[in-house]
Design a protein around this ligand. Structure first.
Ligand code: DX5
Ligand code: ZN
Length: 223
C-alpha cells in the first residue's frame, strides 16, 4: 500500500474518537466496508493534552477487527517510552507531537526500528518551519487544524496558509512525504484541503455523526 503512496489519490482516515465506544467492533466493520483506507486512532494522556482517551488494550481490540491501515496519533509526553508498545499493539503509522518530544530525531529512529511508518505533527501555534529538519526523515506530516485534545472543534482557517507553507517545504525537501490534516474537517472544507495538497484527511464527527457515515466518506473523497 505504501509503495505508490504519494501517487495515491485521496485518503480519508475516520477518527475513532467520535465513534460509539460501546460498540467499537461495529465502527471497525463500517470502516472496513467503506472507502476509507485508514482508521485514525487518537491516544491522549491527560498531560500533553487536557483529555484522556484510551490506551493499548483498546488499540489491540481495534486491531483485531480492523482491516484498514491503522494510523495512530499520539498526544502524549515522552513518546519515546511507548513507541515499541504502540507498534506491538497494532500501529502501522505512529505520529507523535514535535512539541512533546525532547529529541524528535530519537523518536523518529525508534519508530523506524519498529518497521512502521513515521509521522510528526504540530499544534496550530507551532511554526511550520520548526519541522524543516525532520521533513526528509518522516513519511508524513500531520498538520493540526485544531488544538489537539478534543474531537468536534471548529476548523482553524489559518490552516490553509500553513498548509501552503508546508506543501512548499515538502515539495522541496521530500516530495514523497504525505500531508495529513486533523481537526474540524468536513464536507465543507475537504475539497479545498485536498486541492491545496493534503493527502489524508482525518474526520471524526463529520463521519460518525453523519446519517450515513459510509456515504459521507464517499462524498468527502469525491468532493
Ligand atoms: C483531536 C484529534 C482529532 C479528532 C478530530 O485532538 O486529534 O483526530 O478526533 O475530530 P473532529 O473530526 O471531530 O474534529
Ligand atoms: Zn488525531
Amino acid at each position: 500500500m505504501f509503495s505508490n503512496f504519494k501517487r495515491m489519490k485521496r485518503i480519508i482516515s475516520p477518527s475513532v474518537l467520535a465513534a460509539d465506544f460501546s460498540n467499537l467492533k461495529s465502527a471497525c466493520e463500517m470502516i472496513n466496508r467503506s472507502d476509507a483506507e485508514w482508521f485514525h486512532i487518537d491516544v491522549m494522556d491527560g498531560v500533553f493534552v487536557p483529555n484522556i482517551s484510551f490506551g493499548f488494550p483498546v488499540l489491540e481490540a481495534i486491531k483485531k477487527h480492523c482491516t484498514k491501515f491503522i494510523d495512530v496519533h499520539i498526544m502524549i509526553v515522552h513518546p519515546e517510552k511507548y513507541v515499541k508498545r504502540f507498534a506491538e499493539a497494532g500501529a502501522q503509522m505512529l505520529t507523535f507531537h514535535y512539541e512533546a518530544a525532547e529529541n524528535p530525531d530519537e523518536v523518529i529512529e525508534l519508530i523506524r526500528q519498529q518497521g512502521i511508518k513515521v509521522g510528526i505533527t504540530i499544534n496550530p501555534d507551532i511554526p511550520v518551519e520548526s519541522l524543516k529538519p525532520y521533513i526528509d526523515k518522516v513519511d508524513m506530516v500531520l498538520l493540526m487544524s485544531v488544538f489537539a485534545g478534543y474531537g468536534g472543534q471548529s476548523f482553524i482557517e489559518e490552516t490553509y496558509e500553513r498548509l501552503k507553507t508546508l506543501k512548499k517545504m515538502i515539495d522541496d525537501l521530500n516530495p514523497k512525504c504525505l500531508i495529513e490534516i486533523d481537526g474540524g474537517v468536513s464536507i465543507r472544507n475537504s475539497k479545498q484541503l485536498f486541492d491545496a495538497g493534503a493527502n489524508v484527511l482525518v474526520a471524526g464527527s463529520a463521519v460518525f455523526n453523519a446519517a450515513d457515515p459510509m456515504q459521507m466518506i464517499k462524498n468527502m473523497l469525491n468532493s
